[in-house]
Ligand binder design. Structure first.
Ligand SMILES: Nc1ncnc2c1ncn2[C@@H]1O[C@H](COP(=O)(O)OP(=O)(O)OP(=O)(O)O)[C@@H](O)[C@H]1O
Length: 321
C-alpha cells in the first residue's frame, strides 16, 4: 500500500520560522529559517519547499498543511504582532495548491504537546507535586511572550489561545518599579511582554545598567560570570518570569503544572535554575501554599510546537476528510 503523502508543518515566531514534513515515520527535514530573510511568509514557505525538494522529498504531493503562528488567529486575515508578515489563509492555501491549510496560535499548538513531554524533554525547576488530569499552564519568552493553557475535557485536552503576554505588567520590587516607570514613559501601556522577551532583557539592562546591549550579549556575559550588571539583568528577568508565571498559574488554576517554553530560557543554562524564578513563582501571599504545590518545568525539547500542530492537523483532517 502506498504511504499517505506527507504533511507540511510550520511554527512561525517573530524571529524564527521552523518547518518540517510529517508522515507515518514521524518528522523529517526540520529546518529553521530566519523570518527577516523573507519579505513574506509565502516566500519562506517556497524556500523551504525548494530545499525539501532538493533533498528528495515529494513536496508536489502535499495536500494538508498547518501553521502555528505568534499572533491572534481570528478569521482569514493574519497579521503578525512582532514581525511585518501578513496574509490571507485562503489565498495562501490556493497559492500552494493545498486541500487544507490550518492556521492556529503558536502557543495553543505548543500547549497541545505538553502532555506528551517526558523526562529528557523537560527539566524540573523546584518543588511541587505532579498530578494528572488537571489544567496545565504555559508561558514562553522569545521574540514576544506567549501564554496559553491546556484544560482536560474527558479523554481530550482543549488548548487556550489567549494573548496573556499583553496583560499589564505589575512590579514587585523597587528595581521593577523603576523599569515600569521608564517603559511607561516610552510606551504608555506596559505589558509583561515588554519585559519578558528578547527586547525585554535589553530594556531591563538599559534601565538597570544604563547600557545598550543585545539580548544574546547580555546573557552571554552573564553566563561567562564576569559581568555583575548582566548577571543582575538576567536575575531580574528570571524573577519577573517567576512572578508572571505564578499569575498565570493562579488565573488558570494550573494545578497540573506550569511549563516554560520559548527560545530564551533554555539559553540561560544553569542561571535559570539558580535564579529566584521559583521563589517568585511561589511568592503569592495567602495563596503561597497553593502555588507551592504546582510543579514548574522548562521545556528542553527543541521543536515542541511542531508536535502540537501535527496533532491538531491530524485531528482536523480526520474530522473533515
Ligand atoms: N542567547 C540569547 N539570550 C537571550 N535572548 C536571546 C538569545 N539569543 C536570541 N535571543 C532572543 O530570543 C528571541 C527569539 O526567541 P525565539 O527563538 O523563541 O524566537 P521565535 O520563536 O521567533 O519567537 P516568538 O515565538 O516569541 O515570536 C529574540 O528576541 C532574541 O533577541
Amino acid at each position: 500500500m502506498k504511504a499517505a503523502p506527507m504533511q507540511l508543518l510550520a511554527d512561525i515566531g517573530g524571529t524564527n520560522a521552523r518547518f518540517a514534513l510529517h508522515g507515518e515515520g514521524g518528522f523529517a527535514c526540520i529546518e529553521v529559517l530566519p523570518c527577516a530573510a523573507y519579505d513574506t511568509l509565502s516566500a519562506a514557505v517556497k524556500a523551504y519547499l525548494a530545499l525539501a525538494a532538493q533533498r528528495g522529498f515529494a513536496v508536489g504531493e502535499l495536500a494538508h498543511a498547518a501553521i502555528a503562528i505568534a499572533n491572534p488567529v481570528d478569521g482569514d486575515w493574519i497579521s503578525m504582532t512582532n514581525h511585518h508578515w501578513c496574509f490571507s489563509i485562503a489565498a495562501m492555501r490556493a497559492e500552494h495548491g493545498l486541500a487544507t491549510l490550518l492556521v492556529v496560535n503558536d502557543f495553543a499548538a505548543l500547549a497541545m504537546a505538553l502532555p506528551t513531554l517526558r523526562d529528557g524533554q523537560r527539566e524540573r525547576i523546584g518543588g511541587g507535586v505532579e498530578s494528572g488530569g488537571r489544567p496545565l499552564g504555559l508561558i514562553g519568552p522569545g521574540t514576544g511572550l506567549g501564554v496559553s493553557g491546556l484544560v482536560p475535557a474527558g479523554e481530550r485536552w482543549i488548548a487556550l489561545a489567549g494573548e496573556g503576554g499583553h496583560a499589564s505588567f505589575a512590579p514587585c520590587t523597587d528595581d521593577e518599579a523603576a523599569i515600569l516607570a521608564a517603559l511607561r514613559a516610552e510606551h504608555g501601556h506596559v505589558s509583561a511582554e515588554r519585559l519578558l522577551s528578547g527586547m525585554g532583557i535589553e530594556a531591563i539592562h538599559r534601565v538597570l545598567a544604563g547600557e545598550r546591549l543585545d539580548a544574546a550579549a547580555i546573557t552571554g556575559r552573564a553566563l561567562a560570570g564576569a559581568d555583575p550588571a548582566c548577571l543582575r539583568t538576567v536575575e531580574t528577568f528570571c524573577g519577573i518570569l517567576g512572578s508572571v508565571a505564578g499569575n498565570v498559574a493562579l488565573t488558570l488554576g494550573a494545578t497540573g503544572g506550569m511549563y516554560i517554553g520559548g527560545g530564551i530560557v533554555p539559553r540561560l543554562g544553569p542561571l535559570f535554575a539558580q535564579s529566584s524564578f521559583r521563589r517568585r513563582f511561589e511568592d503569592k501571599g495567602r495563596l503561597a501554599s497553593y502555588v507551592a504545590r504546582i510543579p514548574t518545568w522548562v521545556i528542553t525539547e527543541p521543536y515542541p510546537a511542531l508536535q502540537g500542530v501535527a496533532a491538531m492537523l491530524s485531528a482536523h483532517v480526520a474530522a473533515h476528510h
